[in-house]
Design a protein around this ligand. Sequence first.
Ligand SMILES: [Zn+2]
Length: 268
Amino acid sequence: MDLFTEKGYGIARIRIEGSDNNYNYVVWCCETLECAVIDPLNAKPILDFIRDQGLTVRYIINTHAHPDHIGGNNALIKATGASILIHPKGQEFVSPGSVSIKDADVIDLGRQKIRVIHTPGHCPEHVSLVLGENVFVGDTLFLAGCGNTRYRGNVDVLYESIAFKLRSLSDNFRVFVGHDYAEANLGFALHIEPDNKAARIKLDEVRSACSQGKESCPTTIGEEKKYNPFFRYDAPEVIAGMKKRKTSIGNDPRIIFKELRELRNNWE
Ligand SMILES: [Zn+2]
């Protein structure tokens, strides 16, 4: 577990054992000790943490309704009585009584505010959450990668969310992701851009952190612009990398993004 404490609020990241490298998050107001749990898969480590810290759970927020992001909902509701907040398009997948959240909503958490950005594409209900200069992106964006569109997804919609919503956040925003796929994603980034020094350096960092049992996330929006191919669909190096594979591809960022996603689906 890692803690990120800032003036007025705290963030705890919990890596869930035995999962697909899932991260669960607890965010709280330091003044009122009210907290929100984001994407609980396993309630046990979360409940242990909030008990140790003396926190009260106000909300369970699901970035989206895929099973590995809602699996701990019911146990947390039972233990704390908190409500689930989820986009209306995800409400049918969670227990009755959830509260809907949509783009531009602001969730009050003690003295802190969490802003909702609707970022569909990985699935229709997907939201990202902004607290201070941090963005919790669920499965929309990963270190050096982006979410797949296999389960209720749409790649055109994912492009719009990444290009027009997440990529326009300030470079200094920290990016908290739903899964750690950093090593494989950086391998893919280098497959597309073999000469990308930032990707090479980051891959070394990730491997070194991993060998010491440390985490390599969070990154920042600015860092992602340097090596994430799904943030670099309009960079000349990425376009050149794609032209090598498909000479007729052209420069349309949407087409480059879609072809990148297609290539990543079949790359291991
Ligand atoms: Zn998902």
